[in-house]
Design a protein around this ligand. Structure first.
Ligand code: AMP
Ligand code: MG
Length: 348
């Protein structure tokens, strides 16, 4: 799965993407204080970074890499052998696994909660606009109108362990949620190894538990939404202290293109089939798990500022930090009271 994330791990910003690093992997003797281990590697067209406190010398990287590979064999549309690729090729009776079912059910719930703003079936138009897993199409109104017949969560359902489509041509795109879900999968793996202090990050989506090697809550940065800013963590808008929570950001400042003076972003409004065009620049969501945070961050980018604020104010399980263009051509910031509590700093 290819996706860029935008909330960045401040303490690991020195790690290079794509490098397989094992740092501080020194064995501890019984009775010695434990050490923090940092791992990094490629994942989902981006990179993962994992930091965790370890009281033994067991290298968890092979286990993490195996998990992420299994994950891609379920949910990566860029992996021809995956379950989602088989579904998108209109194969019938494709056997689903737990990853797929968990992801699908969460996505269906976020779609419902966002009144259809979040929609896995946007795949054909995401592809047409050049942000998906096929070559881009020559986009015009007729093409988008013709693709709308495949869009809508009512055109797909999960029944007896299989995905049933209303018609061939309906395709699924889980990029808006799977990176967050992969963070949760790696975090659950660490938990299963008895690890109580860790930070997991994939492409900017993060989940934290316990404390860092300085004995503090993990600190995570939120990027300024500057168009074309490719390097994460370079210009931070805010820093939060993550207390056993997950954080995910969606924004239109990294994945977009400009054609004939018009900016096209990778967030698609499922009702129109067109990239969204409003003043919300990025949405950062705090939740108990990263899949939820990731999905709702994308949903907010579809809904825009006012509807996002309404949603965030109505949900006790979500906190948010929204950055938008204001009338004076500067940034406007909105954050919920729960987000305020964990902000270490925030530029106005
Ligand atoms: P994210 O960076 O998490 O906001 O995910 C963005 C990706 O989600 C896009 O590149 C598309 O693949 C996909 N996507 C775009 N629009 C939607 C939508 N309305 N609902 C669900 N997924 C979407
Ligand atoms: Mg998302």
């Amino acid at each position: 799965m290819r996706k860029t994330g935008h909330a960045e791990l401040v303490s690991a910003s020195h790690l290079c993407l794509g490098l397989l690093l094992v740092l501080a992997l020194n064995a501890c003797q019984p009775g010695e204080p434990s050490v923090y281990i940092k791992l990094a590697g490629p994942a989902q067209g981006t990179a993962y970074h994992v930091s965790y406190e370890s009281s033994d010398s067991v290298n968890l990287q092979p286990g993490i890499d195996t998990l992420l590979r299994q994950f891609d064999l379920s949910l990566s549309a860029y992996e021809p052998a995956s379950i989602i690729s088989a579904i998108n090729r209109d194969e019938e009776n494709v056997e689903l696994d737990d990853y797929f079912v968990t992801c699908y059910l969460a996505a269906a719930e976020i779609s419902r909660a966002s009144d259809g703003a979040f929609d896995l079936t946007v795949a054909p138009v995401v592809n047409a606009w050049g942000f998906g897993f096929t070559d881009p199409a020559e986009v015009n109104n007729e093409l988008i109108d013709s693709l709308l017949q495949f869009i809508g969560m009512d055109k797909v359902r999960l029944e007896n362990g299989h995905i049933i489509k209303e018609k061939p041509g309906v395709m699924l795109d889980v990029n808006a949620i799977a990176q967050g879900y992969a963070v949760d999968v790696v975090a659950a793996f660490l938990e299963s190894k008895g690890i109580r202090n860790y930070l997991v990050e994939i492409g900017g989506e993060v989940a934290a538990k316990g404390i860092n090697d300085r004995g503090e809550y993990w600190r995570v940065g939120i990027d300024k939404p500057i168009d074309g800013l490719q390097l994460p963590g370079v210009q931070l808008q805010a820093v939060v202290a993550l207390k056993n929570k997950a954080l995910a950001t969606s924004g239109n400042y990294r994945r977009f293109y400009v054609k004939d003076g018009v900016k096209y972003s990778h967030t698609i409004d499922p009702r129109t089939g067109y990239p969204v065009d409003h003043n919300l620049l990025s949405a950062t969501i705090l939740a108990d798990d990263c899949m939820t945070a990731d999905g709702f961050a994308t949903a907010c980018m579809v809904m825009g500022v006012d509807r996002s604020i309404q949603l965030l104010e109505s949900r006790e399980d979500l906190e948010g930090y929204l950055i938008y263009h204001n009338d004076e051509d500067g940034y406007g910031i909105y954050y919920t009271s729960g987000m305020k509590k964990i902000l270490l700093r925030s530029e106005s």
